[in-house]
Every structure is written in structure tokens, then in C-alpha cells.
Write a protein that binds this ligand. Structure first.
Ligand SMILES: NC(=O)c1ccc[n+]([C@@H]2O[C@H](COP(=O)([O-])OP(=O)(O)OC[C@H]3O[C@@H](n4cnc5c(N)ncnc54)[C@H](OP(=O)(O)O)[C@@H]3O)[C@@H](O)[C@H]2O)c1
Length: 275
């Protein structure tokens, strides 16, 4: 019998998850079907998931926290992150995972193969930054968060991250004597997504990028203003395509109980890129 999957979001029209997962199902001749579900009210997500007779689902903005709260069981790092993006139906019990965090770690492996990453500057303090910070702190990487506001400061400092707003970072610069070079600088703000904004003022961004070894942008499919600076300084950089792909691959493995080989991963990448 066909197993059904969906992505819940609001909005959800733009999501490329169905084409990515359906390409994966086709590649391994798995009898699965993945759709989009526009869900307005996040507090109804668990009953909707169960009543739609789904085997699994992904959850995107703005429902990741509601979905976390509603799950019967939370597995792994998601407990620390406080948000999830994957549901699995196990005998009508809703089991929840966060695959954004391991998806991100997989995406930066190619940097780590060149040089170890010990220090990270994370621009932004929203949901994605939380998942990334938890994953990095789990392996004791030193994380500094720089955000335009003090939002979520306690979450990050409780994890053992340093936290600055722009004024705080300016003070660090003017004080001198501090190490302001990082192995990896990450844009996990939404600046650059639907606009041409920098995630932090240029006066701070330029020296921070110049002194980094690698740059990563969670936004995918475009050379953002942030990545343009990395390119100008000759820093090795990548966008968020692999992060999106690998969060999907890890969810796919949970959906199907099948370990993804290279051919499967590349078929999912091809699905993702279909217009
Ligand atoms: N590749 C992937 O698989 C993947 C997965 C998830 C997300 N993403 C991308 O990651 C980004 C963040 O998503 P999210 O869910 O974490 O969003 P979110 O929870 O809404 O957080 C947004 C963050 O960006 C900051 N911000 C927003 N506009 C800004 C601006 N103009 N200048 C500077 N900072 C700004 C916010 O600062 P305040 O706290 O001060 O509001 C906050 O820290 C988005 O671009 C999203 O598309 C990619």
C-alpha cells in the first residue's frame, strides 16, 4: 500500500521538498507519495498528521515549535533545540526529530575535510541558528553569536555560546586584544533571502569575513550579498543547498528505513533542482 508523506507550512507553495522526496522514492522504487499541506493553525498539527493517515511529514515555518510541543516523543538533539522538522508515525504515536542540525553538519563536512573547524561566528539568533548552535556545541566547537537584537540571548548563553548584538561587537573591535578571527562564519539570518541586505553592517562584516577561513550561507540558490563579500576576499564559501538536501536525506532515511547511498542522494539533489 502507498505510504503518504507531506510538508506542513504556511506558506508552503514554494517548498521543494515534494519534488526532492518523490525523486528519491522513484530512484529506489519505494511506494511513497509526498505532497504539500498548507496548515494555518500550528496547534492542530498532530491531529491533522494522524487523521490524514500519514507515515511521515516534514514541518516548516512557522510550525516547528508547535510541532515540537505536540509530539508524543522527541528524539535526540531536537530536545535541546526546542523545534522539530520531521514527524514519523509509529503505530499512531508521533515521533519527532530535528534533521536541520545534522543536515547542517553534513553540509560543512567538505570544509572540515580541508581544515578542522574549532571556532564559529554565527550571524543571527532565530530558529535555524538555534539548531546550528546546538549541533556545533555538541562537539564542543566554540560558538559566538552576533545578532541585530538581543532576542534569544539566554538560549545561546545557556548553551555556552558568546552572544553579542552589533553594538557589543563594535565594542570588541574598538577594545582590541580580542580574537576576532573565526574558522567559519555563517549567515543564518534572513537578510539576503528576499532582499539584497547584509546580515550585519558592512563596517563589521568585512573584517569578520576577511579574517575567517570559510563562509556558509543558509540561504540557497543565490549569491547573497554576504557570499559576495566572501567571494571578494577569496574565502572558500558555499550556500545552503547541501543543508536543505541533507536535512531531506536524513528525513528520507527515517521515512523509509533505507540508508541513502550516493545515487539516491544525487537523485534527490536532481529532484530539488527541478523547476
Ligand atoms: N538551507 C536550509 O536548509 C535552511 C533551513 C532553514 C532555514 N534556512 C534559511 O535560514 C534563514 C533563517 O531562517 P530562520 O527560520 O532561522 O528565521 P527566523 O527564526 O525568523 O530568524 C531570523 C533571524 O534573522 C535576523 N534577521 C532578519 N532580518 C534581518 C536583517 N535584515 N538584518 C539582520 N538580521 C536579520 C533575525 O534577527 P532578530 O532576532 O533581531 O529578529 C533573526 O536572528 C532564512 O534565510 C531561511 O531561508 C535555510
Amino acid at each position: 500500500m502507498t505510504k503518504n508523506y507531506t510538508i506542513f507550512g504556511d506558506p508552503v507553495e514554494h517548498s521543494k521538498s515534494p519534488q526532492m522526496h518523490n525523486a528519491g522514492f522513484k530512484q529506489i522504487s519505494f511506494d511513497g507519495n509526498y505532497t504539500k499541506t498548507h496548515l494555518l493553525n500550528g496547534s492542530t498539527i498532530k491531529e491533522k498528521f494522524l487523521s490524514d493517515n500519514l507515515k511521515g511529514a516534514n514541518i516548516t515555518v512557522p510550525h516547528k515549535i508547535d510541532a515540537f510541543k505536540a509530539a508524543d516523543e522527541i528524539i535526540g538533539l531536537a530536545n535541546k533545540i526546542g523545534a522539530i522538522n520531521t514527524y514519523i508515525n509509529e503505530n499512531n504515536k508521533v515521533i519527532a526529530y530535528n534533521t536541520d542540525a545534522p543536515g547542517f553538519m553534513k553540509a560543512i563536512e567538505e570544509f572540515q575535510d580541508i581544515e578542522p573547524i574549532n571556532t564559529v561566528l554565527l550571524l543571527g539568533a532565530g530558529g535555524t541558528s538555534k539548531a546550528i548552535a546546538v549541533a556545533l556545541r555538541e562537539i564542543n566547537i566554540d560558538v559566538t553569536v552576533l545578532n541585530r537584537s538581543m532576542n534569544n540571548k539566554d538560549f545561546f548563553t545557556d548553551l555556552g555560546c558568546k552572544f553579542y548584538d552589533w553594538d557589543g561587537m563594535r565594542l570588541l573591535f574598538s577594545g582590541g586584544g580580542f580574537v576576532l578571527s573565526y574558522d567559519l562564519i555563517i549567515n543564518s539570518t534572513s537578510a539576503g533571502l528576499k532582499d539584497e541586505l547584509y546580515p550585519v553592517s558592512l563596517e563589521l562584516l568585512k573584517p569578520l569575513v576577511e579574517q575567517s577561513t570559510f563562509a556558509f550561507d543558509c540561504i540557497y540558490g543565490k549569491l547573497t550579498p554576504f557570499l559576495q563579500i566572501a567571494k571578494e576576499y577569496g574565502i572558500k564559501y558555499k550556500d545552503g543547498e547541501d543543508m536543505l538536501l541533507y536535512q531531506g536525506v536524513i528525513a528520507f532515511e527515517l521515512f523509509t528505513d533505507i540508508k541513502a547511498d550516493n545515487d539516491l542522494v544525487e537523485s534527490m539533489r536532481k529532484g530539488l533542482k527541478e523547476s
